[in-house]
Design a protein around this ligand. Structure first.
Ligand code: SIN
Length: 311
């Protein structure tokens, strides 16, 4: 008899969702990544009765997320999704870099089954912790028949890895999708889809990212601003950078001296991508200008460039 694919695997990586504070009223002075993923599940009685399996992959404040953990996580997600009994995977993560990890997993795996990331703005010990509801919602999304690809379930909304952005430093509803492209909402334990995801790009595959993390290309992000000059670019070239993403102003515009320095970098073999420091909107590809990152935010353009340089 065939086993029904109804198992949801929860992979814990740390973050505020697993954070604790000395007092319940302390929503800021807490330590992230303290509780194990099993503890997070135990705090959600509504999950009882579901087929769940939990594994701790890392225990990090996501500001310290690193390439080695990304490799381990991608391998684990891939291995779990390949089990016939697994319907989907949920990944608990810190909010600070979750949009980067989500984009990385989407580009490397582009999974047909859902990988639903979630997080929290308040530690698990807070009077009104948001983690338990977000975790429940993530499991609901991962169990949904229409869910696929890498998604983010947070504060009742569903975002794609491509569009997800953290837009507030402490508000409980801290995320949005660029250009209003939220995929759906979770209402009383049910998913209501607004949009289906765009056709995903083909997965790059785990082999693309199996080089030891210390040998991954060095790609840095810099910004155009009033008075921006080329000094930082020249310092980075001297340091041995492989790629540069510039968060330009508006439609990816650059001061004349920053533009000149980036062209020097390009002439020396450094790959350059032009993104925007605006919250939304693409950078147009125009003849004669440095290459555009399209609609990718600077941090996601950096991942795209790293993956291209790993080829
Ligand atoms: C983190 O990103 O790990 C800490 C902050 C958070 O999860 O909100």
């Amino acid at each position: 008899m065939q086993t029904p694919a109804d198992l949801i695997v929860i992979l814990g990586t740390g973050g505020t969702i697993a954070g604790t504070a000395k007092t319940a009223s302390d929503g800021v002075g807490y330590t992230a990544a303290q509780l194990r993923v099993e503890d997070l599940l135990a705090a959600v009685p509504a999950l009882q009765g579901r087929r769940l399996e939990a594994h701790q992959i890392a225990q990090l404040d996501s500001k310290d997320m690193d390439f080695t953990t990304w490799q381990r996580l991608a391998q684990q997600v891939d291995a779990q999704l390949s089990r016939p009994e697994v319907k989907g995977v949920v990944v608990t993560h810190g909010t600070d870099t979750v949009e980067e990890t989500a984009y990385f997993l989407q580009r490397v795996l582009a999974p047909n089954k859902p990988v639903v990331m979630t997080a929290a703005m308040r530690p698990a010990t807070a009077l009104q912790a948001d983690g338990p509801q977000n975790l429940l919602d993530a499991v609901v999304v991962a169990s949904d028949v229409y869910a696929s690809g890498v998604l983010f379930a947070f504060a009742g909304a569903i975002h794609s890895a491509e569009q997800l952005r953290k837009v507030h430093s402490y508000r409980i509803d801290a995320f949005d999708s660029a250009e209003g492209a939220r995929l759906g909402v979770i209402e009383e334990g049910r998913v209501r889809w607004h949009l289906r995801t765009a056709l995903p790009l083909a997965p790059l595959g785990l082999a693309r990212v199996d080089r030891p993390a210390a040998q991954w290309p060095r790609v840095q992000i810099l910004m155009n601003h009033v008075g921006a000059d080329g000094a930082i670019v020249r310092a980075l070239i001297a340091e041995g950078v492989d790629g540069l993403v510039v968060a330009g102003t508006g439609n990816g515009t650059l001061s004349a001296s920053l533009d000149a320095a980036l062209r020097e970098a390009q002439a020396q073999g450094v790959r350059v991508l032009r993104s925007t420091r605006c919250d939304a909107g693409p950078v147009m590809e125009l003849p004669g200008l440095l290459p555009s990152a399209g609609s990718l935010s600077p941090v996601k353009a950096r991942i795209e460039l790293i993956l291209a340089l790993l080829a």
